[in-house]
Design a protein around this ligand. Structure first.
Ligand code: GLC
Length: 652
């Protein structure tokens, strides 16, 4: 196992105690004595009121079964130093099991007791010496003593941009650095927006998981890994282990939508910092941040690829967090599809927009996260079933999306002629789609060449809207076939005025108007037609477009889009989004100095200049996955497997 410690080069003395975490409102244990123990952990209210939990890892290839305890109320474990303790554990009571089909791929045991008899095995911590502030170098000692430098570019990104940055880029970097949030003196993320004219910040002063991803990429591409590493480890500590919204458990493994560093006053004019996560229980509409965990996994892989520091993803606590997210996503429910069933607003579009069910954005991120996990999960006896479940799901999910979500001229014509009410395994119109559902805008809009993945698919329901993020991630992760991926970019090119217009890129097309807007958004005044999530244009989508273009060898498309953004963003004060059909106006309620607008631009620039680095962030077709089919229908001979009966060319 790897033990990671931060040291000051000058004193080699760890200083800041770490990983205080809490929920809203921050809770201070009244019994605690703040300064008695320099490594005291402050628990949160939810933790205080819940039993101490020990999570047992059956076997992770590190010898004895181990348990990972998360710090809680300070009574139970006595974390001698640092964030959490990994302990050998005796037997214990409650078992939380997650099942995938017949196979238990992971068991996470929750101990009811107080951690009695728990013998610390390894203590991991993140420490930051005050003396190190201002120095350009920090070191991480990774177990056997090999040092990974995270404070500057050496040993990380060899091809750090050599070109002189433009004025706009320089400004963007300055703004990005101002957006950095520190915790115990270490950078841990970036705020969503820093708009001085805004007197109603809502939660824009928080670090959002999804918003931080382009910030992370900008830092990583510049050779600065520390903030990303800290972010990954601190958000891991915030991962849900117990009840959140209205006394109902959303399931272990949920990652928060965002977090905030709160300053909590203590006695004698002293104060303390606590991390306060939001799992949606404070968010407008109480939306579940399904995408957070998926982004966390995607970022974990990107961090390893771009820094070469693979030790982070190998850590036991990181592997456990990864498995918890996967368990949550792969748990059986009532759903029949391999796609992930979610509520409305569970991703970047975090308001009611009629995307409940199986929205493409979640499916594409889910697929990407599964591909990441396949690379990162330590394979051993304890993870075998999980690995199998991942492979099966990847295979089924790509078949499902390629076959049923694809829209092009030919497919629309097929749907147009569909017979309905077919009852049989051989049905062509499996989801009983009434041809009248094809919207008139689509009949005129669909070009002869090119196509895209539709927004959502449910029984008797196809959402034909074009959702940009999901389509871009279908390309990046190879969720689509090579042909489909190329066709999606051709489509965006053909529909440039609609999807890029004056500002890249439309979040979705077209906007919901009139009755549809009233019924589907619930008359949402923020999501009026061609504004915000309802057909607004979001510059942050640029980096994902750039990545997709680089993958498909379409550099010129990305360059054109970046040039459009570069012309306007700085003068417009880096708005969150743009309004109108072609993105001409700054969004009605858009924040200025929105961090992921700034970093979407910066990351795009850097990706274009470092295509070899960009290539570490996307995936090619995996032919092995195409071979897998687990439905067993063909073997029984009783029923036909759709996969083999599929008419269209889904495989290549
Ligand atoms: C809005 C966006 C969401 C974003 C957040 C912070 O709620 O819809 O995607 O993460 O703002 O920028």
């Amino acid at each position: 196992m790897n033990t990671v410690r931060f040291f000051s080069k000058s004193t080699m003395k760890p200083i800041c105690r770490i990983l205080l975490f809490s929920r809203n409102p921050p809770f201070i244990n009244p019994n605690s004595q703040p300064h008695a123990d320099p490594f005291r952990i402050i628990g949160s209210r939810r933790i205080i009121f819940n039993t101490h939990k020990v999570f047992r890892l059956p076997s992770l290839g590190f010898g004895q079964p181990m348990a990972l305890t998360r710090p809680n109320n300070g009574f139970g474990t006595t974390p001698s130093r640092g964030a959490f303790v990994i302990s050998r554990v005796a037997s214990f009571s409650t078992t939380v099991e997650t099942r995938v089909n017949e196979n238990n791929f992971e068991r996470i045991y929750v101990q009811g007791g107080g951690g009695v008899g728990v013998k610390p095995l390894v203590v991991e911590r993140i420490d930051k010496d005050e003396n190190i502030v201002g120095e350009d170098e920090s070191r991480i000692e990774v177990n056997g003593g090999s040092d990974v430098n995270l404070g500057n570019s050496e040993g990380l990104c060899e091809s750090v941009v050599a070109r002189e940055e433009s004025v706009v880029e320089k400004e963007a970097w300055e703004l990005l650095r101002e957006a950095v949030v520190t915790y115990c003196g270490s950078p841990v993320g970036t705020v969503a927006a820093r708009d001085p004219s805004d007197n109603q910040m809502l939660n824009y002063d928080q670090v959002f998981i999804r918003d931080f991803v382009p910030s992370a990429l900008a830092f990583l591409l510049k050779g600065e890994g520390e903030i990303v590493r800290n972010f990954l480890l601190h958000t891991l500590q915030l991962q849900s282990w117990e009840k959140t919204v209205d006394c109902y458990s959303p399931g272990q493994g949920l990652m928060p939508a965002s977090f905030k560093v709160r300053i909590v006053p203590l006695d004698e004019n002293k104060h303390e910092e606590v991390l306060d996560p939001d799992f949606g229980e404070s968010a407008i509409g109480r939306v579940a941040p399904v995408d957070s965990g998926l982004w966390w996994i995607i970022l974990l892989r990107a961090y390893g690829k771009l820094t070469g520091d693979y030790a982070l993803q190998e850590r036991v606590d990181v592997q456990t967090g990864l498995k918890m997210i996967l368990n949550l996503c792969l748990t059986d429910g009532f759903d029949m599809f391999p796609s992930l069933l979610v509520t409305d607003g569970s991703c970047m579009i975090d308001r009611r927009m009629g995307i409940h069910g199986h929205p493409l954005e979640i499916q594409a991120l889910f697929y990407s996260a599964l591909r990441c996990s396949r690379e990162m999960l330590a394979v051993n006896d304890g993870s075998q079933n999980l690995v199998r479940a991942i492979n099966n799901r990847l295979s089924a999910l790509s078949f499902h999306i390629r076959e049923y979500y694809w829209v092009d001229m030919k497919k629309i014509n097929e749907i147009y002629r569909y017979k309905t009410e077919e009852y049989s395994m051989d049905a062509i119109n499996k989801f009983n789609i009434y041809p009248e559902q094809i919207p008139s805008w689509l009949m005129d809009w669909i070009p002869e060449d090119g196509g895209y993945m539709m927004g959502n698919l449910q029984p008797a329901h196809m959402d034909f809207r074009f959702f940009t993020l999901g389509n871009l991630w279908s390309i990046v992760s190879s969720l689509g076939t090579p042909k489909q991926n190329a066709a999606i970019l051709n489509f965006i090119e053909a529909k440039w005025d609609d999807l890029v217009g004056h500002m890249p890129l439309k979040i979705c097309y077209p906007a919901l108007e009139n009755e549809e807007w009233r019924i589907i958004t619930g008359s949402d005044p923020k999501n009026t037609p061609w504004s915000y999530h309802n057909g607004g244009s979001w510059p942050t989508l640029l980096w994902q477009f750039t990545l997709a273009c680089i993958k498909m060898g379409r550099f010129e498309l990305a360059q054109n889009a970046v040039a459009l953004a570069e012309k306007r963003l700085s003068g417009d004060r880096w708005p969150e989004y743009y309004d109108t059909r072609t993105g001409r106006f700054i969004g009605k309620q858009a924040r200025y100095f929105q961090t992921w607008t700034i970093t979407g631009f910066l990351a795009s620039k850097m990706l274009l200049e470092n295509p070899e680095k960009a290539s570490l962030l996307f995936w090619e077709e995996d032919y092995e996955l195409l071979e897998i089919c687990v439905c067993a229908l063909s073997k029984s001979g009783r029923k036909k497997c759709s996969r083999f009966a599929a008419k269209s060319q889904i495989l290549v």
